[in-house]
Ligand binder design. Structure first.
Ligand SMILES: Nc1ncnc2c1ncn2[C@@H]1O[C@H](COP(=O)(O)OP(=O)(O)O)[C@@H](O)[C@H]1O
Ligand SMILES: [Mg+2]
Length: 341
Protein backbone atom coordinates (compact mmCIF):
# COMPACT_ATOMS: atom_id res chain seq x y z
CA UNK A 1 0.00 0.00 0.00
CA UNK A 2 1.48 3.31 -1.02
CA UNK A 3 0.51 6.58 0.60
CA UNK A 4 -0.32 8.48 -2.58
CA UNK A 5 -3.92 8.54 -3.74
CA UNK A 6 -4.65 5.85 -6.32
CA UNK A 7 -8.33 6.64 -6.61
CA UNK A 8 -8.82 10.30 -5.79
CA UNK A 9 -12.17 12.02 -5.40
CA UNK A 10 -11.52 15.71 -5.31
CA UNK A 11 -14.05 18.40 -4.41
CA UNK A 12 -16.80 16.19 -5.79
CA UNK A 13 -20.37 17.47 -5.85
CA UNK A 14 -23.08 15.08 -7.04
CA UNK A 15 -26.67 16.02 -7.71
CA UNK A 16 -29.92 14.67 -9.07
CA UNK A 17 -31.39 17.69 -10.80
CA UNK A 18 -31.47 20.36 -8.10
CA UNK A 19 -31.09 17.87 -5.23
CA UNK A 20 -27.50 17.82 -4.03
CA UNK A 21 -26.74 14.31 -2.73
CA UNK A 22 -22.99 14.65 -2.13
CA UNK A 23 -21.28 17.94 -1.46
CA UNK A 24 -17.62 18.84 -1.99
CA UNK A 25 -16.32 15.41 -1.11
CA UNK A 26 -12.55 14.95 -0.86
CA UNK A 27 -11.51 11.32 -0.57
CA UNK A 28 -8.04 10.01 -1.45
CA UNK A 29 -7.94 6.19 -1.55
CA UNK A 30 -4.64 4.31 -1.58
CA UNK A 31 -3.68 1.47 -3.86
CA UNK A 32 -4.52 -1.94 -2.37
CA UNK A 33 -6.64 -0.41 0.34
CA UNK A 34 -10.02 -1.70 1.52
CA UNK A 35 -12.00 1.39 2.38
CA UNK A 36 -15.52 1.30 3.81
CA UNK A 37 -18.13 3.99 3.28
CA UNK A 38 -20.29 3.82 6.38
CA UNK A 39 -23.44 5.80 7.03
CA UNK A 40 -27.21 5.68 7.36
CA UNK A 41 -29.53 5.19 4.42
CA UNK A 42 -29.66 8.24 2.18
CA UNK A 43 -26.28 9.73 3.16
CA UNK A 44 -24.88 9.44 -0.37
CA UNK A 45 -22.97 6.16 -0.43
CA UNK A 46 -24.53 4.71 -3.59
CA UNK A 47 -24.42 8.09 -5.30
CA UNK A 48 -20.65 8.22 -4.66
CA UNK A 49 -20.27 4.71 -6.11
CA UNK A 50 -22.25 5.69 -9.20
CA UNK A 51 -19.95 8.62 -9.81
CA UNK A 52 -16.86 6.39 -9.55
CA UNK A 53 -18.28 3.86 -12.01
CA UNK A 54 -19.30 6.58 -14.44
CA UNK A 55 -23.06 6.10 -14.18
CA UNK A 56 -23.53 9.59 -12.75
CA UNK A 57 -21.79 12.67 -14.11
CA UNK A 58 -20.47 14.93 -11.31
CA UNK A 59 -21.93 18.42 -11.03
CA UNK A 60 -18.37 19.50 -10.22
CA UNK A 61 -15.10 18.03 -9.05
CA UNK A 62 -12.52 15.61 -10.39
CA UNK A 63 -12.03 11.85 -10.15
CA UNK A 64 -8.60 10.43 -10.92
CA UNK A 65 -7.62 6.78 -11.03
CA UNK A 66 -4.04 5.57 -11.32
CA UNK A 67 -2.87 9.04 -12.26
CA UNK A 68 -5.49 9.54 -14.98
CA UNK A 69 -8.43 11.94 -14.94
CA UNK A 70 -11.46 9.69 -15.48
CA UNK A 71 -14.14 12.27 -14.63
CA UNK A 72 -15.52 12.33 -18.18
CA UNK A 73 -14.53 8.82 -19.25
CA UNK A 74 -17.43 6.51 -20.17
CA UNK A 75 -18.19 3.73 -17.67
CA UNK A 76 -16.87 0.90 -19.87
CA UNK A 77 -13.44 2.57 -20.21
CA UNK A 78 -12.84 3.07 -16.49
CA UNK A 79 -11.54 -0.34 -15.34
CA UNK A 80 -13.84 -0.12 -12.34
CA UNK A 81 -15.77 -3.21 -11.20
CA UNK A 82 -19.06 -3.17 -9.33
CA UNK A 83 -20.73 -5.76 -7.11
CA UNK A 84 -24.03 -4.91 -5.49
CA UNK A 85 -26.59 -6.57 -3.30
CA UNK A 86 -28.67 -8.13 -6.05
CA UNK A 87 -26.25 -10.45 -7.80
CA UNK A 88 -27.67 -9.77 -11.27
CA UNK A 89 -26.42 -13.08 -12.67
CA UNK A 90 -27.77 -14.38 -15.97
CA UNK A 91 -30.17 -17.15 -14.89
CA UNK A 92 -29.93 -19.14 -18.12
CA UNK A 93 -26.11 -19.20 -18.13
CA UNK A 94 -23.89 -21.57 -16.15
CA UNK A 95 -21.62 -20.28 -13.42
CA UNK A 96 -18.70 -20.60 -15.84
CA UNK A 97 -20.45 -18.57 -18.55
CA UNK A 98 -21.59 -15.92 -16.08
CA UNK A 99 -17.99 -15.36 -15.01
CA UNK A 100 -16.74 -15.59 -18.62
CA UNK A 101 -19.28 -13.04 -19.89
CA UNK A 102 -17.16 -9.88 -19.73
CA UNK A 103 -14.08 -11.69 -20.99
CA UNK A 104 -15.96 -12.91 -24.07
CA UNK A 105 -17.06 -9.33 -24.76
CA UNK A 106 -13.38 -8.41 -24.74
CA UNK A 107 -12.81 -11.17 -27.34
CA UNK A 108 -10.00 -12.84 -25.42
CA UNK A 109 -8.71 -16.17 -26.78
CA UNK A 110 -10.73 -19.03 -25.32
CA UNK A 111 -7.77 -20.71 -23.60
CA UNK A 112 -7.15 -17.47 -21.77
CA UNK A 113 -10.83 -17.20 -20.83
CA UNK A 114 -10.84 -20.74 -19.41
CA UNK A 115 -7.71 -20.01 -17.37
CA UNK A 116 -9.07 -16.73 -16.00
CA UNK A 117 -12.50 -18.13 -15.16
CA UNK A 118 -11.00 -21.16 -13.42
CA UNK A 119 -8.63 -18.95 -11.42
CA UNK A 120 -11.49 -16.59 -10.54
CA UNK A 121 -13.78 -19.36 -9.37
CA UNK A 122 -10.96 -20.98 -7.40
CA UNK A 123 -10.31 -17.62 -5.73
CA UNK A 124 -13.87 -17.50 -4.38
CA UNK A 125 -13.95 -21.22 -3.56
CA UNK A 126 -16.40 -22.26 -6.28
CA UNK A 127 -14.15 -24.35 -8.53
CA UNK A 128 -16.48 -27.36 -8.41
CA UNK A 129 -19.64 -25.42 -9.35
CA UNK A 130 -18.72 -24.30 -12.89
CA UNK A 131 -21.55 -26.17 -14.56
CA UNK A 132 -24.39 -25.11 -12.27
CA UNK A 133 -27.04 -22.51 -12.99
CA UNK A 134 -27.42 -19.59 -10.53
CA UNK A 135 -30.76 -21.01 -9.28
CA UNK A 136 -28.89 -24.11 -8.10
CA UNK A 137 -26.69 -22.05 -5.77
CA UNK A 138 -27.27 -20.49 -2.34
CA UNK A 139 -27.38 -16.71 -1.98
CA UNK A 140 -23.84 -16.66 -0.64
CA UNK A 141 -22.57 -18.73 -3.55
CA UNK A 142 -24.35 -16.49 -6.05
CA UNK A 143 -22.68 -13.48 -4.49
CA UNK A 144 -19.32 -15.24 -4.88
CA UNK A 145 -20.04 -15.77 -8.57
CA UNK A 146 -20.78 -12.06 -8.88
CA UNK A 147 -17.49 -11.34 -7.10
CA UNK A 148 -15.55 -13.71 -9.40
CA UNK A 149 -17.20 -12.15 -12.45
CA UNK A 150 -15.85 -8.75 -11.41
CA UNK A 151 -12.43 -9.98 -10.33
CA UNK A 152 -11.62 -11.74 -13.63
CA UNK A 153 -11.88 -8.38 -15.39
CA UNK A 154 -8.92 -7.25 -13.24
CA UNK A 155 -10.45 -3.90 -12.39
CA UNK A 156 -8.23 -1.21 -10.92
CA UNK A 157 -10.89 -0.64 -8.29
CA UNK A 158 -13.66 -2.93 -7.15
CA UNK A 159 -16.73 -1.23 -5.71
CA UNK A 160 -19.02 -3.26 -3.48
CA UNK A 161 -22.36 -1.64 -2.63
CA UNK A 162 -23.91 -3.39 0.38
CA UNK A 163 -22.96 -6.74 -1.16
CA UNK A 164 -23.81 -8.75 1.93
CA UNK A 165 -27.12 -7.20 2.91
CA UNK A 166 -29.23 -9.90 1.22
CA UNK A 167 -27.52 -12.69 3.13
CA UNK A 168 -28.53 -14.10 6.51
CA UNK A 169 -26.43 -13.27 9.56
CA UNK A 170 -24.22 -16.37 9.51
CA UNK A 171 -23.47 -16.19 5.81
CA UNK A 172 -22.75 -12.52 6.17
CA UNK A 173 -20.02 -13.27 8.69
CA UNK A 174 -18.59 -15.98 6.45
CA UNK A 175 -18.59 -13.74 3.38
CA UNK A 176 -16.92 -10.97 5.36
CA UNK A 177 -13.92 -13.21 6.04
CA UNK A 178 -14.01 -14.41 2.45
CA UNK A 179 -13.98 -10.88 1.05
CA UNK A 180 -11.05 -9.95 3.23
CA UNK A 181 -9.10 -12.97 2.04
CA UNK A 182 -9.92 -12.28 -1.62
CA UNK A 183 -8.84 -8.69 -1.20
CA UNK A 184 -5.50 -9.70 0.36
CA UNK A 185 -4.82 -12.36 -2.27
CA UNK A 186 -5.83 -10.29 -5.27
CA UNK A 187 -4.46 -7.00 -3.92
CA UNK A 188 -7.33 -5.17 -5.62
CA UNK A 189 -8.30 -1.77 -4.24
CA UNK A 190 -11.79 -2.07 -2.80
CA UNK A 191 -14.42 0.46 -1.82
CA UNK A 192 -17.01 -1.24 0.32
CA UNK A 193 -20.34 0.38 1.13
CA UNK A 194 -22.31 -0.55 4.23
CA UNK A 195 -24.70 0.88 6.81
CA UNK A 196 -23.53 -1.79 9.28
CA UNK A 197 -20.84 -0.48 11.63
CA UNK A 198 -19.68 -3.98 12.61
CA UNK A 199 -19.12 -4.89 8.99
CA UNK A 200 -17.10 -1.73 8.40
CA UNK A 201 -15.04 -2.19 11.59
CA UNK A 202 -14.28 -5.82 10.79
CA UNK A 203 -13.34 -5.37 7.14
CA UNK A 204 -11.87 -2.01 6.42
CA UNK A 205 -8.35 -0.59 6.48
CA UNK A 206 -9.99 2.81 6.81
CA UNK A 207 -13.58 3.91 7.37
CA UNK A 208 -15.29 6.94 5.91
CA UNK A 209 -18.28 7.87 8.04
CA UNK A 210 -20.73 9.80 5.86
CA UNK A 211 -23.58 12.04 6.88
CA UNK A 212 -25.87 14.00 4.58
CA UNK A 213 -23.52 13.82 1.62
CA UNK A 214 -20.42 14.85 3.56
CA UNK A 215 -17.57 13.10 5.33
CA UNK A 216 -18.11 13.22 9.07
CA UNK A 217 -14.96 11.27 9.96
CA UNK A 218 -12.21 9.41 8.11
CA UNK A 219 -10.01 7.07 10.11
CA UNK A 220 -8.91 3.55 10.92
CA UNK A 221 -11.49 1.27 12.54
CA UNK A 222 -9.73 1.84 15.89
CA UNK A 223 -9.89 5.62 15.51
CA UNK A 224 -13.55 5.65 14.58
CA UNK A 225 -14.46 3.14 17.28
CA UNK A 226 -12.45 4.68 20.11
CA UNK A 227 -12.25 8.34 19.17
CA UNK A 228 -15.38 9.50 17.38
CA UNK A 229 -15.10 13.19 16.54
CA UNK A 230 -18.78 14.04 16.84
CA UNK A 231 -22.04 13.07 18.47
CA UNK A 232 -23.20 11.62 15.15
CA UNK A 233 -20.26 9.23 14.88
CA UNK A 234 -20.31 8.40 18.61
CA UNK A 235 -23.97 7.52 18.37
CA UNK A 236 -23.39 5.47 15.22
CA UNK A 237 -20.62 3.35 16.78
CA UNK A 238 -22.42 2.56 20.03
CA UNK A 239 -21.69 5.27 22.59
CA UNK A 240 -25.04 5.34 24.40
CA UNK A 241 -24.24 8.00 26.98
CA UNK A 242 -23.46 11.30 25.27
CA UNK A 243 -23.42 14.70 27.00
CA UNK A 244 -22.67 18.20 25.82
CA UNK A 245 -19.92 20.04 27.67
CA UNK A 246 -20.19 23.72 28.48
CA UNK A 247 -17.53 25.81 30.22
CA UNK A 248 -15.74 22.62 31.22
CA UNK A 249 -18.87 21.19 32.83
CA UNK A 250 -21.17 18.36 31.82
CA UNK A 251 -24.59 19.55 30.64
CA UNK A 252 -27.29 17.22 31.94
CA UNK A 253 -31.06 17.16 32.28
CA UNK A 254 -30.64 18.89 35.65
CA UNK A 255 -28.14 21.56 34.77
CA UNK A 256 -24.37 21.58 34.82
CA UNK A 257 -22.21 19.04 36.63
CA UNK A 258 -18.59 19.77 37.50
CA UNK A 259 -16.00 17.51 35.93
CA UNK A 260 -13.09 16.31 38.03
CA UNK A 261 -10.47 17.03 35.36
CA UNK A 262 -10.07 20.05 33.10
CA UNK A 263 -10.91 19.68 29.42
CA UNK A 264 -9.47 21.37 26.36
CA UNK A 265 -11.37 24.40 25.10
CA UNK A 266 -12.62 22.73 21.91
CA UNK A 267 -14.31 19.89 23.78
CA UNK A 268 -18.01 20.18 23.09
CA UNK A 269 -19.08 16.80 24.40
CA UNK A 270 -18.13 13.62 26.23
CA UNK A 271 -19.36 10.12 25.49
CA UNK A 272 -19.23 6.79 27.26
CA UNK A 273 -20.01 3.33 25.99
CA UNK A 274 -22.16 1.29 28.39
CA UNK A 275 -19.11 -0.74 29.41
CA UNK A 276 -17.22 2.46 30.35
CA UNK A 277 -19.72 3.32 33.08
CA UNK A 278 -18.45 2.26 36.51
CA UNK A 279 -21.18 0.61 38.57
CA UNK A 280 -21.31 0.12 42.35
CA UNK A 281 -19.11 3.08 43.27
CA UNK A 282 -18.67 6.70 42.25
CA UNK A 283 -19.90 10.25 42.66
CA UNK A 284 -23.41 9.76 41.21
CA UNK A 285 -26.40 7.73 42.31
CA UNK A 286 -29.10 6.09 40.24
CA UNK A 287 -31.96 3.64 40.32
CA UNK A 288 -32.03 0.45 38.28
CA UNK A 289 -34.97 0.64 35.89
CA UNK A 290 -34.18 -2.48 33.93
CA UNK A 291 -31.60 -5.21 33.64
CA UNK A 292 -31.13 -7.57 30.70
CA UNK A 293 -28.92 -10.63 30.60
CA UNK A 294 -26.82 -10.54 27.42
CA UNK A 295 -24.68 -13.66 27.73
CA UNK A 296 -21.25 -12.42 28.84
CA UNK A 297 -22.64 -9.23 30.30
CA UNK A 298 -25.69 -7.67 31.94
CA UNK A 299 -27.10 -4.47 30.49
CA UNK A 300 -28.57 -1.90 32.86
CA UNK A 301 -30.83 1.05 32.32
CA UNK A 302 -30.47 3.54 35.16
CA UNK A 303 -32.62 6.50 36.11
CA UNK A 304 -30.26 9.19 37.31
CA UNK A 305 -30.11 12.94 37.96
CA UNK A 306 -28.00 13.17 34.78
CA UNK A 307 -30.77 11.58 32.73
CA UNK A 308 -31.05 7.94 31.62
CA UNK A 309 -27.75 6.03 31.67
CA UNK A 310 -27.00 2.77 29.93
CA UNK A 311 -24.41 0.61 31.62
CA UNK A 312 -23.00 -2.84 31.16
CA UNK A 313 -21.27 -5.15 33.57
CA UNK A 314 -19.62 -8.53 33.41
CA UNK A 315 -22.26 -11.21 34.01
CA UNK A 316 -20.00 -12.91 36.54
CA UNK A 317 -20.43 -9.89 38.85
CA UNK A 318 -23.43 -9.95 41.21
CA UNK A 319 -26.57 -8.52 39.58
CA UNK A 320 -28.33 -5.34 40.76
CA UNK A 321 -32.10 -5.89 40.92
CA UNK A 322 -34.60 -3.50 39.33
CA UNK A 323 -35.64 -0.86 41.85
CA UNK A 324 -32.36 -0.94 43.74
CA UNK A 325 -30.27 2.20 44.12
CA UNK A 326 -26.58 2.19 43.41
CA UNK A 327 -23.60 4.47 43.09
CA UNK A 328 -21.99 4.87 39.68
CA UNK A 329 -19.43 6.95 37.89
CA UNK A 330 -18.73 8.29 34.43
CA UNK A 331 -14.92 8.26 34.52
CA UNK A 332 -13.81 11.39 32.68
CA UNK A 333 -10.45 9.88 31.80
CA UNK A 334 -12.15 7.07 29.90
CA UNK A 335 -14.61 9.23 27.96
CA UNK A 336 -14.42 9.86 24.24
CA UNK A 337 -13.89 13.58 23.69
CA UNK A 338 -16.14 15.04 21.01
CA UNK A 339 -15.21 18.11 18.97
CA UNK A 340 -18.71 18.53 17.59
CA UNK A 341 -22.14 17.87 19.05
N1 LIG B 1 -32.28 8.77 -8.80
C1 LIG B 1 -32.41 9.69 -7.83
N2 LIG B 1 -33.11 10.83 -8.01
C2 LIG B 1 -33.23 11.76 -7.06
N3 LIG B 1 -32.67 11.66 -5.84
C3 LIG B 1 -31.95 10.54 -5.57
C4 LIG B 1 -31.79 9.50 -6.55
N4 LIG B 1 -31.02 8.53 -6.00
C5 LIG B 1 -30.74 8.94 -4.74
N5 LIG B 1 -31.30 10.15 -4.48
C6 LIG B 1 -31.17 10.92 -3.23
O1 LIG B 1 -29.80 11.17 -2.97
C7 LIG B 1 -29.48 10.98 -1.61
C8 LIG B 1 -28.40 9.94 -1.43
O2 LIG B 1 -28.91 8.69 -1.86
P1 LIG B 1 -27.99 7.38 -1.93
O3 LIG B 1 -26.68 7.74 -2.47
O4 LIG B 1 -28.76 6.32 -2.62
O5 LIG B 1 -27.85 7.02 -0.37
P2 LIG B 1 -27.27 5.70 0.34
O6 LIG B 1 -26.70 4.81 -0.72
O7 LIG B 1 -26.24 6.23 1.30
O8 LIG B 1 -28.42 5.10 1.07
C9 LIG B 1 -30.80 10.64 -0.91
O9 LIG B 1 -31.32 11.81 -0.37
C10 LIG B 1 -31.65 10.11 -2.04
O10 LIG B 1 -33.01 10.34 -1.78
MG1 LIG C 1 -27.23 2.80 -1.17
Amino acid sequence: MSDAAYLDLSDLTLAYGKTVAVERLDLPIRKGELIALLGPSGCGKTTTMRAITGLLKPASGIITLDGKDITRLPANKREVGLVFQSYALFPHLSVFENVAFGLRLKRLPSTEIVKKVEDGLAMVGLGQFQGRKPAELSGGQQQRVALARSLVMQPKVLLLDEPLSNLDARLRLEMRTELQRVQRESGVTMVFVTHDQNEALALADRIVVMRDGRIEQLGTPEEVYNSPVSRFVADFVGFENIFPVKDGQLQTENGLTELPIPLSAQTTGLAWRPNMVRLGEGRFEGEVLGVAFAGGTREYLLKTPLGPIKAEMDATAPAFAPGSRLAFDLPTERAAVLDRM
